[in-house]
Design a protein around this ligand. Sequence first.
Ligand code: SF4
Ligand code: SF4
Length: 422
Amino acid sequence: MVGEKVWRDLHQIPLRLSGGSNDNHVELLISTRILVPADLDELQVVVSENIAAEDDDSTLYQVIHPSSYCQLGCNYCGQVHSKGTMSPEVQRSLESQIAHKLEQQRYRHLTVSWFGGEPLLGLKAIQAISPRLLNLCKSLKKGYNARVVTNGLLLTNDVALELQDEHKVDFVEVTLDGDEASHDKRRHTKSQGGTFRAIFANLASIRNNADISFRLRIRCNVDRSNADAVPLLIEEMHRHGFHERFEFYVAPIHSWGNDAHLTSLDANEFAKLEVDWMTEMYDRGFRVSLLPQRKKIVCMAARRDATVTSADGKQYNCTEVAQVPVYEVSGLYNIGSTQAGASSNRRFPLQAFPAEVGDGKHQCSSCEILPVCGGSCPKQWADGVVPCPPIKRNLPQKLLLWHVIQQLERGKESGVAGAVEV
Ligand code: SF4
Ligand code: SF4
């Protein structure tokens, strides 16, 4: 509720929001729906928009594990890896399931996310499945794109070019957990060998290859043991020009069906450090994403036919559960298999999350950032973990940093470097 003084100030104090012009703030705040009538039920408006977005979603999203193995033995990984790739039988049953889903009128596009295990260990399976899915989409007149989440060890120039040109990959995510010493302590091979140098060399070579244009994002998983290494990594990446080509973000370690969360940073500490890292990134020329966007679909768990298929053909509606023993035993998120089909009833606990928020069943129902957060992670709520992202705690600092950056950028454009008003 806007108090009398704030209301008066909004009308009286001219704030320069853009290009030095004085905007009418009340109108601006109304048009951006920051200011709404006191009797509007905002929660129901937000939740019904979210549910409508899921109903209208015209992209079929499929996560596929071409390999059940990974060369790495990361300290915090909850998966158990066995050697194997997706068999031709599983490939065929998965493809006919996808064809059946795509034939529905509602879908205009197929997005495949190659995931794992380490997906590039299953490159042969990708080479078999991807052209058939591309042909299927062509014959049904549907759009197609793909993405890869990889540890980066096998992401050579040739593989990157093949992924882009043959398999229509337009987004790749690679993880580096700090500088070499820190990364190698955490993301080593199963026999404890270092991996930083090989991954970094692959990235440097992609950065210098003008023929490779897919979006590439580097993720740094952080807990108490490597928080100090984030600035070192930013510095190292800057030295190699990664800021001109790649995106970068830091993610907090959480439980992956294991005890990994026991080493996590306290949420307030992470939120504070994240603003420091973003300031460092800006100083080093990286793009910094500070303003949150409206988030209507919380994640794949809320999408009607989205499925994770592991290399053995089992299917799930969440990316964090395949090959994780605790979930394999409970079967909680297993929704079927390529051979038997996936049951929509089994999707229910996670898929019901947005409606539950509307019914006031989670803290999200009274959270002021629900429109831009969406509720973060239905599975963590179901597991009894509060998954609020850092922005819950550091939005004011991020807005302030955004404002400072705007002023600095305007100063650069006008050639006048001066004091920044805050
Ligand atoms: S439920 Fe949580 S872990 Fe699962 S896909 Fe959604 S956001 Fe990810
Ligand atoms: S910040 Fe936390 S409480 Fe708020 S919407 Fe996100 S997950 Fe829910």
